[in-house]
Design a protein around this ligand. Structure first.
Ligand code: PLP
Length: 398
């Protein structure tokens, strides 16, 4: 997955353009910048990539989620449904706005279970946020129809699934708002960065202004611009955008390498009857950033994970015991350990997390191994890795 693996001349050239004129900021300084608008150009590229009308670049994927929610009017006291399996950024971005994260079970897609979502809806629910984890996706038709029936805002965090598709459409472009991260370990990287994607002109205008202190971006005198509402600073810099501009042009190349490596590993493991693969909803195609499979039970998954580690198979995780991606170890969240006071409503919902039954999520995450697909492996390396992984699994099973 990490685009930094193939960092090269294209990235260097784009960054040099920026350093040559010295305008590190994305707005203003028209005369100095020699025609280089890296953030603007990257937004144009991303509109094509995501076949969407509007893209707003921001400083991170976490910022993208906050800006997306804020742009759609989600805030204090609103409940946002999110999955138990994601990155901590999901609840961070929700709580930053004073909204309440409501955690809901995943299914064998490793993403939100539409039935569990429906059961979690209350009269305070404002949005559903699906997270397309590890290169694949939820049943988007089912989730879309739940959000439409209940008149909710539908947000899609596709930070880990750039290049995946659902019924021919790019992941990240399927909901009311899509969010991407271009942090250092993502398939396309800017070093740090993120994007909000939408077809809704109102949401776009809000995202554009909110992410830059409320600036209305009218005219060419920043100091004279007005502010219709409160904003923040979630801007991306020209240096970061320049790296992304080089990387996004290489996405087709990245995806084809990921697919080749993923397919070789999967083929080797598909001969083991005890191994099953993560369900991809009908009409979906993964981005191949990860290979996810299930073993018969938690104990086997833990043993295989250990044996992988001791035998040099890196970057394969069983997320059951992970501190960052799964609800079990989010003790700081469950104990509401905040540096500053949280609202009563948020604290009430968080205190419920300790008793909530997530056995359905435990069932899938406990048996799952999630293997990062690297792009720098040679074909021989992937072959050797595939054989070794299959051998280790067989040994543990016997
Ligand atoms: C990486 C990631 C984010 C946050 O991105 P940052 O750019 O690191 O803030 C959010 N959601 C998911 C699912 C991610 O993987």
């Amino acid at each position: 997955m990490p685009g930094f693996e193939l960092f090269g001349d294209l990235e260097r050239k784009e960054v040099h353009d920026v350093l040559d004129n010295g305008v590190l900021m994305r707005y203003g300084f028209d005369g100095m910048r020699n025609g280089h608008w890296k953030a603007k150009s990257l937004e144009k590229e991303l509109q094509n990539t995501f076949q969407s009308k509007y893209v707003q670049l921001v400083s991170s994927g976490t910022a993208a989620v906050s800006v997306a929610l804020a742009s759609a009017g989600v805030g204090a006291g609103d409940e946002v449904i999110m999955p138990t399996f994601t990155f901590v950024a999901s609840f961070e971005a929700i709580m930053m706005l004073g909204a309440i994260p409501v955690l809901v079970d995943i299914d064998d897609t490793l993403t939100l279970d539409p039935k569990a979502v429906e059961l979690a809806i209350t009269d305070k629910t404002k949005a559903i946020m699906v997270v397309q984890m590890c290169g694949s996706m939820a049943n988007m038709d089912a989730l879309k129809s739940v959000s439409e029936q209940h008149n909710l805002i539908f947000v899609e965090d596709a930070c880990q699934a750039i290049g995946g598709t659902y019924k021919g459409q790019p992941l990240g472009s399927l909901a009311d708002l899509g969010c991407f991260s271009f942090d250092f370990v993502k398939t396309v990287t800017c070093g740090e960065g993120g994007a909000v994607v939408t077809n809704n002109p109102e949401y776009y205008k809000n995202a554009d202004q909110y992410s830059d202190h409320g600036h209305d971006h009218i005219g060419n005198d920043r100091g004279a611009e007005t502010h219709d509402y409160l904003g923040y600073n979630f801007r991306i810099s020209e240096l970061h955008a320049a790296v992304g501009l080089a990387q996004i042009k290489r996405l087709p190349e990245f995806l084809s390498i990921q697919k080749r490596n993923y397919t070789m590993l999967r083929e080797a493991m598909s001969h083991i009857p005890e191994v099953t693969f993560r369900r991809v909803p009908e009409g979906g195609e993964e981005s191949y950033a990860f290979l996810n499979f299930f073993l018969p039970d938690l104990e086997t998954a833990r043993k295989v994970s250990e044996a992988f580690k001791t035998n040099g198979i890196d970057a394969c995780w069983n997320y059951y015991d992970n501190n960052w991606h799964y609800v079990r170890k989010w003790h700081h969240l469950k104990d509401a350990k905040s540096l500053y006071p949280l609202s009563t409503e948020i604290r009430q919902e968080l205190s419920r997390l300790k008793e909530k039954d997530f056995s359905q999520s435990d069932h899938w995450i406990g048996r799952n191994l999630s293997c990062l697909i690297k792009m720098s492996w040679t074909e021989d390396e992937v072959n050797a890795r595939a054989a070794k992984m299959a051998e280790i699994i067989q040994n543990v099973l016997n």
